[in-house]
Design a protein around this ligand. Structure first.
Ligand code: 5AD
Ligand code: SF4
Length: 440
């Protein structure tokens, strides 16, 4: 009988895609997936360290597995991902969660078959975490969540060391994948019927710098745009400091590259941006937004914003609101600053009290939401090509999908349309979503 695994993933798209690869590896070993803990032979938690609440959830979930392990001693409990890269976390697990069997990290999950075998021989907690990876490992089997849209890694790691961020410590130094390998993966996927690819990297704008024969991110987009069967190319995340005119031109010129840019600005005050080590100013960011909107008029702009970074005064926060008002973001991911031990910001003395952080956070949302609503309302009566992704979560008579500008839209239609691209006219707009109807 096939062994069963259950995998739970926290965190970003990079983690989600790692989990798709872990699933692919397990399938190749004969495992099948289950969503029932009781019947699983192997439970894997793929963890995130970017903010404290993600970390606490993992500990909570691990605690809950204690009873299950007692009832079923043969169950293997594995924990992997960003949290495991941190020694302190591994010590806590050794001490307080001794029912965990296997710990591995972000750089060696491709070794899972060997790790499972070694664990099987000793049946003692096995810890194997690498600090970085010497090479990029190609051809890891992958079980993708969807059969019409797919993630493709184009680079790993990050060299930016923004002072609040733990990612450079958990994902290692920046490494770009060879363009030939990326192209081969994209061509294979498009031949299998995939319509949309999302290129993943912590800072895709600096793609290519570690390659022997340098290729820029814009050049990579032009190459991918030539793949005939492919319909859409997305990418995440862009760092404002590295966003070139060449890239803006590529988005404009490549018909398959979606009109969407996720361009985190994090904070509006130049003082805070400097301590964050972001390497741009508020003025530069606003100029960039202006240029992008001029060159690509229909572009959808989204961003990430952190509230309550150490030393953020009332005036600094007003600068953040000012950027929000001037940039007309379509939507934004907003975060309360979270202390991450091991980063420079964690040692800064002027931490902002929680109460003030929450108050500012609410003001930020109150500023952002009417702008999103206004942006969405401007789309009423316009027509968009929509990739149909699912049955709508709130109304099972409707379908949901995304425009090329990455807006979620709901509309009536037959579920056989899932995975197809259809024309939809916008009939109504809310802050987060659009309503529409299919047009022939
Ligand atoms: N606290 C709050 N938000 C953070 N991010 C990264 N590190 C932290 C932190 N310590 C946010 C940034 C980044 C997004 C992925 O997570 O906005 O762009
Ligand atoms: Fe973190 Fe900055 Fe790298 Fe993004 S660019 S992963 S925020 S260090």
């Amino acid at each position: 009988m096939n062994k069963k695994y259950l995998i739970t993933t926290w965190g970003c798209q990079m983690n989600e895609h790692d989990s798709e690869k872990i699933e692919g590896i397990l399938n190749s070993l004969g495992y099948i997936s289950t969503d029932n803990k009781e019947s699983a032979n192997l439970i894997i938690y793929n963890t995130c360290l970017v903010r404290e609440n993600a970390e606490l959830k993992v500990y909570g979930n691990l605690g809950e597995l204690k009873g299950l392990k007692r009832k079923n001693p043969d169950l293997i409990i594995a924990v992997c991902g960003c949290m495991m890269q941190k020694e302190e976390v591994r010590s806590i697990i050794k001490e307080k969660y001794s029912h965990v069997d296997l710990i591995f990290g972000t750089h060696n999950f491709h070794k899972l078959p060997e790790l499972l075998e070694s664990y099987d021989q000793k049946r003692n907690m096995l810890i194997d975490v690498w600090n970085d990876s010497p090479d990029i490992v190609e051809n890891i089997p992958t079980k993708r969540k969807y059969d019409f849209k797919a993630f493709i890694n184009i680079m790993y790691g990050c060299n930016n060391f923004c002072s609040y961020c733990i990612v450079p410590y958990t994902r290692g130094r920046e490494k770009s994948r060879n363009p030939e390998d990326i192209l081969a993966e994209a061509i294979k996927l498009s031949k299998e019927g995939y319509k949309e690819i999302t290129l993943l990297g912590q800072n895709v704008n600096s793609y290519g710098k570690t390659l022997e024969n340098q290729v820029t991110f814009a050049q990579l987009l032009y190459m991918l745009n030539e793949i005939e069967e492919l319909e859409r190319i997305r990418f995440m995340t862009s760092h404002p400091k590295d966003l070139s005119d060449e890239l803006i031109d590529a988005i404009k010129n490549c018909d398959k590259v979606c009109n969407h840019l996720h361009l985190p600005f994090q904070a509006g005050s130049n003082k805070i941006l400097k301590i964050m080590n972001r390497k741009y100013t508020k003025e530069k960011y606003l100029d960039l937004v202006k240029k992008i909107r001029k060159e690509i008029p229909d572009v959808s702009l989204t961003t990430d914003i952190i509230v309550g970074f150490p030393g953020e005064t009332k005036e600094d926060f007003e600068e953040t609101l000012d950027v929000v008002r001037k940039s007309n973001f379509d939507s934004a991911f907003t975060f309360l600053y979270s202390v991450r031990e091991g980063t420079p910001a964690a040692k800064m003395s002027e931490q902002v009290p929680d109460e003030i952080k929450h108050e500012r956070f609410q003001r930020l949302l109150d500023t952002l939401h009417p702008i999103s609503l206004k942006r969405n309302k401007e789309l009423i009566n316009r027509e968009f090509k929509v990739l149909v992704e699912d049955i709508s979560k709130n109304d099972d008579t409707k379908l949901s999908g995304r425009t090329d500008t990455n807006r979620l839209i709901h509309f009536k239609g037959n579920k056989e349309l899932i995975s197809e691209i259809v024309n939809v006219r916008v009939t109504d707009a809310k802050t987060w979503t659009l309503e529409g109807e299919i047009v022939e």
